[in-house]
Each structure stands twice: as C-alpha cells, then as structure tokens.
Design a protein around this ligand. Structure first.
Ligand code: SPV
Ligand code: MG
Length: 308
C-alpha cells in the first residue's frame, strides 16, 4: 500500500528510524499492548541521514552518497514491508534530484523528504550554532517540481522540509516557504525545530492548516521530546518521526557493554545487558521468510486521538 493510500485510511502515523536491517526488524516487529486492549506498532521506517551516516562512521554532511544509502535501503526492504520515508538531505541539485528520485522509487521508497538548505548541509540539531543557509525559494520549488515530473507513473511522495525555524528565520518565513512548496507540487510539508518546546511547530501547524487543511504535515520531535503523539496529532500533524533513537540506544548499550568487559576482565557481568545468543539465533532463523506483505493498518489506539 502506498503511503498516500495509508494516510487516506489512517491519517496519523508513527515512523521510527532504522539504519540497517536488524534495527528495521526491531522497528517492524515491536508491538505493545495498550490499556485500551489495542496493540500499538510503528507504521513505518525513517531512513535518517544522521543515523545512516553515523553508523558508517561518517558525519551528516551528505558525504554518504545516495546510491550507498539506497543499497542500505534495499537490504532493509528485504526484512520489512512497512513504508519507508527516506531523508533525502537537500536532494542535491535539481538535475541530480530528478534522477535520484526515480532510483528511490524503484528501490521501494514510499516518500522522500528533501530540505531547503544548501550545501554544505549541517545537521538541523546544531540549530544556529552553525551556519544554516537556506536555498532561494524559487530554486527549491524548481527542485521539487523537477522531482515530481521525474516521478510520473510512480506513487512515491515528495515531501518538502522547511528549515526556516532551524535557521532562526521565524514562522512567517516558514509559512511563505511552505505555501510556495505546496504550490510547486510538494505532497506534504515537514516543519523542523530544535527548540525544547513544541510551541513553534504547533504555531506553524495552526497557521498552515488555515490554508491547507489536508496537505500531510510531518514533525520530528527530537528536542521537544516531552510532546505526546496525541498532542502532535491534535496540533494537526499527520506523521511523527522518531528520527534517531534506535541508533542512539544501540550506541549507548554497546559502549556500556564494551566498558564492562574491560572493567571486569570477563563477560559474565555484561550478560544481563545483552540479548541471549539463542534469542539472536531465533530472531533471524535459517530460511527466514522475506518481508511479509504489509497488513491493513491496525485500528488506531485511542491514546493517539486523546491529548491528555
Ligand atoms: C535525520 O534524522 O537525519 C534528520 C533529522 O534529518 S535531524 O537530525 O533532526 O536533522
Ligand atoms: Mg538528515
């Protein structure tokens, strides 16, 4: 099912980052029973430039090229049928984006999000501590339109990511840009912020919704991590992306175990911190089936429509 069809059936989706097939298996299989008796699971996978780069020992500056990232995504596709949203960084120049967008669609990417920064792109969570330069609106609109044209016949969505708030340019700049991007053909808007409060993204969402009640809106609550999914849904967002947590969790856990082994001179103390060998063997048994077809979306847990 395409992301567009999924959104039509279930207008609020949760995506979580995966940077390799094993983390994608965790993203795919994690299920939690809620108090309401309904099972919760993630709706899809975020392919993050930050975690893809970091897991390969590279900085998040678009040095990891699109073809390498797509090779990684092809491996991830083999273990999950959940939709994948690819972080397309700036998309490169418009010519490159038009070519790469088709390659993404052919790899099975459900949506790409490209951001309106210019090279050299720095990670948004630096905020204004580093120079964040935004592309001229017309250039970015051209890139979006070129990508959409190249994708004729494919169902992959192109979502425009607005970095005005990251660059300290304020809500009006974000709004002007978002309206222009929708007019240029963007299938959705991601608004990013590195504040610890959700106030600036919820303010943006309210203003954006006045003109575009239905265009999918995406947010990434890494820094405003006190916000519940239900609150972001109530603010008008359709997709929430948990953008880097599986990599950060894995790094912390690996570092803890590595230190414990050195400190104790043996591994017994580390065992409780590790999944057992038999569990690992059973996670990926010989002859394991490839990704199962995506099931129809689960009923929405009530918690995602409640705000308190
Ligand atoms: C990523 O996950 O690579 C993103 C989101 O682009 S952020 O790191 O917040 O910029
Ligand atoms: Mg990124």
């Amino acid at each position: 099912m395409s992301l567009r069809s999924l959104l039509a059936r279930k207008p609020f989706l949760l995506f979580i980052e995966a940077h390799n097939p094993l983390s994608a298996i965790i993203a795919d299989r994690t299920k939690v029973a809620g108090d309401d008796g309904l099972e919760r699971e993630f709706d899809g996978i975020w392919s993050s430039s930050l975690t893809d780069s970091t897991s390969r020992g590279l900085p998040d500056i678009e040095v990891l090229d699109v073809r390498s990232r797509l090779a990684n995504l092809a491996e991830i596709r083999a273990v999950t049928a959940k939709p994948i949203i690819m972080d397309g960084d700036t998309g490169g120049n418009a010519d490159n984006f038009a070519i790469n967008a088709r390659a993404m669609a052919l790899t099975g990417v459900a949506a790409v999000i490209i951001e309106d920064k210019t090279a050299q792109k720095r990670n948004s969570l630096f905020g204004t501590k580093v120079k964040q330069t935004l592309a001229p609106v017309e250039d970015f609109c051209d890139k979006l339109a070129r990508g959409k044209t190249a994708l004729a016949g494919h169902d992959m969505m192109v979502i425009a990511r607005c970095e005005s708030l990251i660059a300290g340019l304020g809500a009006q700049d974000a709004l002007d840009r978002a309206h222009a991007y929708v007019a240029a053909g963007a299938d959705g808007i991601m608004i990013h912020s590195c504040q610890s409060s959700p106030a600036e993204v919820t303010h943006f969402a309210a203003l954006f919704r006045e003109r575009h009640p239905r265009v999918p809106l995406v947010c990434v609550p890494t820094t405003y991590n006190g916000s519940y999914a239900a609150e972001l849904r109530a603010a008008g967002f359709n997709i929430v992306i948990y953008a880097n947590h599986l990599l950060r969790a894995a790094y912390k856990s690996m570092a803890t175990v590595a230190s414990a082994i050195l400190a104790h001179g043996r591994t017994a103390e580390s065992e409780p911190l590790c999944i057992s060998v038999s569990e690992i063997l059973n996670t990926i048994p010989a002859g394991a089936p490839a990704a199962k077809p995506a099931a129809a979306p689960a009923a929405e847990p009530e918690m995602w429509s409640r705000t308190s």
